[in-house]
Design a protein around this ligand. Sequence first.
Ligand SMILES: [Ca+2]
Ligand SMILES: [Ca+2]
Ligand SMILES: [Ca+2]
Length: 803
Amino acid sequence: MSLMILTDCYNLDVDHPISFSGPNGSLFGYSVLLHKNKKNTWLLVGAPVANSPSYPAVKEPGAIYKCSISDKRECQQISTGVDSCGKTCFSESDNQWLGVSLSRQPGDGHVLACGHRWKNVFYSRNDNQNKLPHGVCYRYEADLKQAQPLIPCYKDHQRKFGEDYGSCQAGISNFLTEDLIIMGAPGTSYWTGSVLVYNTSSRVLSAYVDDNSTVLYGSYLGYSVGAGHFLHLDSTEIVGGAPQHGQTGKAYLFRAEENMLKIISEVKGSKLGSYFGASVCAVDLNGDGLSDLLVGSPMYSTVREEGQVHVYINQGAANMKEAEFQLVGSNSYAARFGETITDLGDIDDDGFPDVAVGAPQEEELRGAIYIYNGRKTGISQTFSQRITSSVLGNELKMFGQSVSGGIDVDGNGYQDVAVGAFLSDSAVVLRTRPVVVVEAFMPLPVSVNRYVALCSDNGLPAVCINATVCFRVHARLFTSSIELQYNLTADTHHKESFPSRFHFHGNGTSNATTGRVKIRHDQLTCVPHQAFMRKDVQDIFTPIRFEVTYALREHTVHNGGSTFPALKPILQQRGEHGNLVANKTMFARYCSLANCSTNLQVSAQLVLPQRHNNMPYFALGNGKTIMLNTALVNTGDDAFLPRLQLRFPSNLHYIKVLDTEEKFVSCDISEENKTIVGVDCSVGNLYLSSGAKVNISFLLDVNQSSSVGDVSIFINASGDNYEKRGSSARQLCHFDVTTEIWSRCQHPWVYDSNILCIWLSIFGPSKSLNTIVEIDIPKILSPYPYRLLHITDFQTSLGECSI
Ligand SMILES: [Ca+2]
Ligand SMILES: [Ca+2]
Ligand SMILES: [Ca+2]
């Protein structure tokens, strides 16, 4: 039974993709849009260089295809065109790129499809120049039967290409809110660009006009657009990307005031040529009600065009704070990760929206999409799922250039996802697997009385507790029972040197068991497991921790009748917790003091090898050792893991502890620094019971080259009780190091008739430092006046002499 969680396989189903394809070479899939009206769901697909049977005279106008998802899975064009457009307007729909962008209005479900290369050729019919690529958008009714053209850049009598809106190419990007139609127009004013917003309630068209040259020429403002609630929960602000601004790119937030858009905030790219702002996505990642912002820079290069997405969390009032990380997908060569960013809604049912990021050129133009999950803190830094065209088993190319979500196509309660792959003229719909949300917990008794045997183990009385595993499950629109399997482990945090203190099977010693449980939705289901205590438990202090990990057993769920294959539900992934629940209990203690506290007392006495006038002392160099006798007494409640610590100057040497095995003493030297030595000892077998006394003797030596003086030894005793950590007692011992020197001078000896030798010997145990020897030599032999000795030269074997 495997409880592994495959993290790159989250809840978009890749086993049953629903594929659609369009005419060869039509770039079918350049844009995709899931759409729903009443009971019908469709995939709308833009094919910007398709021909249209309805307009056979028009050269490659591009087309929107309406593909039925629920029944025959066929696609048909929903054609439309411009009949009349104004006093100085004549429509040319050749190469208009209809389907470059597609959006859906959240409420009523109007659809906007644009062709940014639609031209007004009214003037060029006369002068054969100044074809004005205004761009056109078609606003489809929700049933897709009627469409109205919108040419926001057209003005009567405007005739010059480049100036103002003459080449504005409106609709290269578009975005709909309840009452706003937002169109990017990057060709406005010599490619400064602009964002155009038509309010369908007030019927006012607002535009960004770059009066103060804030946005530079050639910035391509409007290359991408979006909208969200950046200032207030109920206001709507507009986002526009300007990927060519200063070669590094920018994205702006605008507020509409009358017919003008005013910049309220901006974020900018940092790397030349990264195309920061080529995609934007306003999404409330952290669920606080205010929109946050994702900005793609698909050409961002470390080696070449790996691409990345910058994350900005709204701190309030459109104060956008960049996250400390960027999203990078697989960070692969020439992937163009961030070419598109799409809000998918909350597809894993955790309350935070999830997003898809396209990397359409990854793996040599095959392409991939990456799913990132919104979090309380913003967004997961790593993706939860990567879907490549090769996973889907199709020869898709440029998979991920377009992504759409927000519509539940199979009625299973989870919004699904469409992905376009225009270089293979195809698109796929991926359905979202149901997510099972498990609430698990494990009630345990508050404490374990190790003296009361309530159970029987192999016919013998045994101490036991009930480890109860409880689950409650929930999944949307999915009401049949759910089966979980789980692994339960007892005493996961026992001391390493001791075995687990509880086991599950009556005749075994395994501290793990497994189980299965069938759970009805929203009903609490609990399974008790008896855990037996081992007979020889010594560690009664460490809390007893139980853990349960769980996994979903294989299920399938049918939705949408026979139209769609069944999907496998999946457990919700919840950040760091995983599918694990833990709880702990402890052994009951019967204590006399508050908090079961210990009261360790330590005393110590030195035994020195010498005595003088009944006073012990230590003479340097005497070749003997010092004994330090300590006594550790616990006058409080049981002390857990008692320790004794010695600290003394480095001219003392620790030799050993006597009777280590008998007293369960184990010591280690821990050199604190160059001048202080530490000896740390564990005492007793795990604990020192109340009232216990332990005598411990240490053998020490003194370094012969020590200087004379006072030596101090600090002794500290402490315990590790979980109620009260580090209860401790201290003791200080000190003694004097003295020197003992005995010396003798041998009779002088005359050598070779005129050399006199004198020997001085030190016999005592200590070194004689800075010793001065005075030698008196007779000059005359009184009463005679004759000179007896006259020193002509002298030499010493050690030290220096003077006369
Ligand atoms: Ca937010
Ligand atoms: Ca989510
Ligand atoms: Ca669905």
